[in-house]
Design a binder for this molecule. Structure first.
Ligand SMILES: [Zn+2]
Length: 302
């Protein structure tokens, strides 16, 4: 038997020497007033007292993140058919939401993986994608007939596009992984045309009931992968600095493949009760729940 501290079966302590990026202020509102929010092993998450942004502090530097994802990616997608199937259904709902606002033009998916979300969108779009995992890029280039040639293996900051060239830029389950989301959002704004849309979707909502109740046992809490837990408010604070205005938000749960309202409510009710009886009671890992995930649409207004 190993005496290693594991986080849901993963040895995250092995990355400690790369855990060197520490913020002395909140990247959303600038406040230096933050408090401990959750711990997992030696990892700590803090929460800004002023705006509510939650982040891992400190978190892994880019070298450490590279090491972590290098052996993570293979395990993740290729051998999990059920998850792929659920995600496919979710792509349709993400598509319906964004196509209320835009249904043609030139679009970019940042962190596009194998091009699966782009594939689910209308063929009226001219589709582009960037992804830093080389294997996913090769896969997308081979399998995506319509737009495979438009998938590049490059980080957003070095993406070779003209300013004001996209009608929509999407980040699906991406922004919470980025070590410098402010710079990424600045770049998104530069690449968007005036009147274009920035679509953030399938991103954990740190301002949700289950996040607050379960903390380190929240299903979306991950000390290495999810550096930031944003909310509509905290993302608006950052986006508004770059001329991006929040125009719509959604919290998909009912009707998603993750919905199981009756069971999920029972588990949450039980957790509330056990915390009432004992404030330091150990909780199970939280179920999917209302407001856990968010989808936000920003419009570039200037
Ligand atoms: Zn703040």
């Amino acid at each position: 038997m190993s005496d290693k501290i594991l986080f849901r079966g993963e040895d995250l302590e092995q990355f400690n020497k790369w855990r060197t990026v520490e913020k002395d202020h909140c990247i959303a509102c600038g406040s230096r007033d933050f408090e401990l929010w959750a711990t997992a092993g030696s990892y700590k998450a803090v929460k800004c007292v002023k705006c509510g942004l939650i982040w891992m502090n400190p978190f892994l530097n880019d070298e450490g993140l590279g090491k972590y994802y290098a052996d993570y990616i293979g395990r993740r997608r290729l051998n999990n058919d059920l998850k792929m199937e659920q995600r496919k259904i979710q792509y349709q709902s993400d598509r319906e939401f964004i196509e209320h606002f835009i249904s043609d033009g030139k679009i970019l998916d940042v962190g596009c993986n194998g091009g699966f979300f782009l594939e689910a969108l209308s063929t009226k779009f001219e589709k582009h994608g960037i992804e830093i995992d080389p294997e996913a890029v090769v896969y997308a280039q081979k399998t995506q007939k319509q737009f495979g040639k438009n998938i590049l293996c490059v980080a957003l900051e070095r993406a070779p596009y003209e300013n004001s060239s996209f009608d929509m830029i999407a980040m699906r389950g991406t922004i919470e992984h980025l070590s410098d989301p402010v710079n990424a959002i600045k770049k998104v704004s530069q690449l968007l045309k005036k009147g274009g849309y920035y679509y953030i979707t399938a991103t954990p909502n740190g301002d949700s009931f289950a996040a607050d109740l379960f903390r380190d046992k929240w299903t979306l809490f991950h000390p290495v992968q999810h550096i930031w837990h944003f909310s509509p408010k905290t993302l608006s604070l950052i986006c508004s600095r770059f001329g991006l205005k929040l125009i719509a938000k959604d919290f998909p749960y009912l009707g998603t493949p993750y919905e199981n309202a009756r069971e999920n409510v029972k588990i949450v009710a039980k957790a509330i009760k056990s915390r009432e009886q004992n404030p330091s009671a150990e909780l199970p890992i939280s179920p999917p729940f209302w407001e856990n995930m968010m989808a936000l649409v920003f419009e570039k207004t200037k």
